[in-house]
Design a protein around this ligand. Structure first.
Ligand code: MF3
Ligand code: CO
Length: 255
């Protein structure tokens, strides 16, 4: 069931969006060669505590993972692209790191992800990051009242194709509200003019993610982390976006 938010409820979601954005900004600043993924998770957990927020991840036990996730943050490095489970790993020069964070504040959730190159330049990593960021921007631009979900999906897919990337349709974006994963699904490719009508009050996470030379995933032995089947590099960008009569409002926008 798709739940539309009132303008007052969208206003009430702003603090959650601002908080999630601030955590990602802090994580982007902290990510450096030698920093452990567990330190990044601890930073996210500490910021949750200080804000009086609630993690969407710690107790989360969906069908696509094995048991409760147990951490506050997804950390996906290089060939890992989604649901990366933090572990004892110190970041290395040129690593491509995705941090994906969702939390609830004052009863409302926001969900956002960003990918960075750690240390020295990594041209292929940067190309994938640019593709995922352009696809996210195109998806947001298509999130207009009166348009259709397929317009967002198609806009994302077109950017992927322009980079020669194939899209995996097993995981995509989703509705966001009092919980993290709500209806409707937001596929990362699709046909314009098709699907759910985008009405004011719809709040969705738009989250393109791409793998360099495959669209096939494999699950790590940890039962959570999803990696490119061929070990190629990956990137993921995500914002929580409210559709308003004036157009898309990015609740998780960073400064
Ligand atoms: N925030 C992720 C998403 O973008 C979901 C992570 S679920 C977890 O939809 F359990 F792995 F944390
Ligand atoms: Co999401």
């Amino acid at each position: 069931m798709i739940e539309l938010k009132t303008p007052a409820e969208i206003e009430a979601m702003r603090p959650a969006g601002r908080f999630v954005a601030d955590v990602l900004t802090a994580l982007r600043e902290r990510a450096a060669v030698g920093v452990n993924l567990l330190e990044l998770d601890a930073l996210a957990a500490q910021m949750i505590r200080e804000a009086g927020a609630v993690s969407c991840y710690v107790d989360y036990a969906p069908a696509f993972g094995s048991g409760p996730f147990g951490y506050s943050l997804c950390t996906s490095v290089n060939d890992a692209v989604l649901h990366g489970k933090p572990h004892d790993y110190a970041l290395k020069d040129r690593d491509v790191l995705t941090v994906d964070f969702a939390a609830s504040l004052h009863g409302w959730v926001a969900d956002s992800a960003t990918t960075v190159v750690v240390g020295s330049p990594n041209p292929e990593g940067s190309r994938l990051i640019k593709a995922s960021e352009e696809a996210l921007a195109a998806g947001i631009a298509a999130a207009q009242p009166g348009a259709k979900m397929g317009d967002i999906s198609h806009a994302i897919g077109e950017v992927a194709r322009s980079y020669g990337l194939k899209v995996n349709l097993e995981f995509g974006g989703h509705g966001v509200g009092h919980t993290m994963h709500e209806d409707p699904h937001v596929a990362n490719d699709g046909r314009p003019g098709r699907g759910v009508k985008l009405q004011p009050g719809l709040v969705i996470a738009i989250e393109p993610w791409f793998m360099s030379t495959t669209n096939v995933l494999r699950t790590d032995r940890d039962g959570w982390t999803l990696r490119s089947v061929d070990g190629s590099l990956t990137a993921h960008s995500e914002h929580t976006v409210a559709i308003t009569p004036e157009g898309p409002l990015v609740l998780t926008a960073r400064d």
